[in-house]
Ligand binder design. Structure first.
Ligand SMILES: NC(=O)c1ccc[n+]([C@@H]2O[C@H](COP(=O)([O-])OP(=O)(O)OC[C@H]3O[C@@H](n4cnc5c(N)ncnc54)[C@H](OP(=O)(O)O)[C@@H]3O)[C@@H](O)[C@H]2O)c1
Length: 261
């Protein structure tokens, strides 16, 4: 079985990292993992209570955390989050663009409001967060961005046209910015999870039990992943251990993408 917590990642002590969507799922696991590695963490998300809960766990374990409740669909949020980070910690060493929304519905059911929410949250926010963080990021010895994508950006799935499109676009952004920011020493990588056991599935599936059964059938390794398994790779990509890696989008999906028809 997986033992992601047993893998030690060093070199992030004191590195200030912004994590979006840090109140639940992969973002919460990443924030906890970073906190345990000695990195002060800035937790962003819409709902304050889950952010506070994760932050309380980090500080109780001796780490540092700052909660910034923010709706990433609001164009003002990237500037507000990075400014709050700088006001508190005076630096930005890493950024994890993890927050996203997903709706699973037939092509004909999409309206412009739902379409725009996906684009604003899944694409526009990561783009402008990187832009807002860049002046501080480029001064850091770590200089690392990780974008959380999805196997849905590669797979063809009925009902996921808009979500998949935003994740494909995020992968393009990862690769193109990796090249554009390389002269500044800023690394930009992505991680593309397959099915992971998080609250996100309740937001698109009417029948959660059936959704989990179906998701399990999509994975050659025969199980869905745990948030901590993704957090491990996000932390590794942020860390100096990945100093020669940029522009990579790593599939972390139990073989889902290689097994596609
Ligand atoms: N779980 C999977 O199977 C899977 C597979 C592939 C990729 N992913 C990706 O993994 C990432 C994390 O998802 P997860 O699975 O961990 O699900 P999750 O627990 O639902 O996390 C999504 C987070 O995004 C935040 N969020 C959503 N809209 C936001 C907005 N407008 N402004 C600020 N924050 C917002 C949510 O917090 P609030 O609701 O409080 O704002 C939530 O904490 C996403 O990018 C997702 O696409 C997940």
């Amino acid at each position: 079985m997986h033992n992601s917590q047993d893998v030690a990642i060093t070199g992030l002590s004191g590195a200030v990292v912004i994590v979006t969507g840090a109140g639940s799922g992969i973002g919460a696991a990443t924030a906890r993992r970073l906190g345990a590695a000695g990195a002060p963490v800035v937790l962003a998300g819409r709902r304050a209570d889950p952010l506070r809960e994760v932050a309380a766990g980090i500080t109780a374990a001796g780490g540092q955390a700052l909660c910034v409740p923010a709706d990433l669909a609001d164009p003002a949020s990237p500037g507000r989050i990075t400014q709050a980070c700088l006001d508190r910690f005076g630096r930005i060493d890493g950024l994890v663009n993890n927050a996203a929304v997903i709706r699973h519905q037939p092509f004909g059911d999409w309206d412009t409001g739902c379409f725009d929410e996906h684009v604003a949250t899944n694409i526009r926010a990561p783009f402008f967060l990187i832009q807002a963080a860049l002046p501080a990021l480029r001064e850091s010895p770590i200089r690392s961005v990780v974008n959380v994508s999805s196997s849905s950006g590669t797979l063809r799935r009925a009902g996921q046209s808009v979500y998949g499109m935003t994740k494909s676009a995020l992968d393009y952004l990862t690769q193109t910015l990796a090249g554009e920011l390389a002269p500044l020493g800023v690394r930009v990588n992505g991680i593309a999870p397959g099915p992971i056991d998080t609250p996100i599935h309740a937001t698109w599936a009417d029948d959660l039990e059936e959704a989990y059964r179906w998701l399990g059938t999509q994975v050659p390794l025969g199980r869905i992943g745990a948030p901590g398994e993704v957090a491990l790779w996000i932390t590794l990509l942020l860390s100096p251990a990945a100093a020669f890696m940029t522009g990579a989008v790593i599939p972390l999906d139990g073989g889902q993408v290689i097994d596609r028809e």
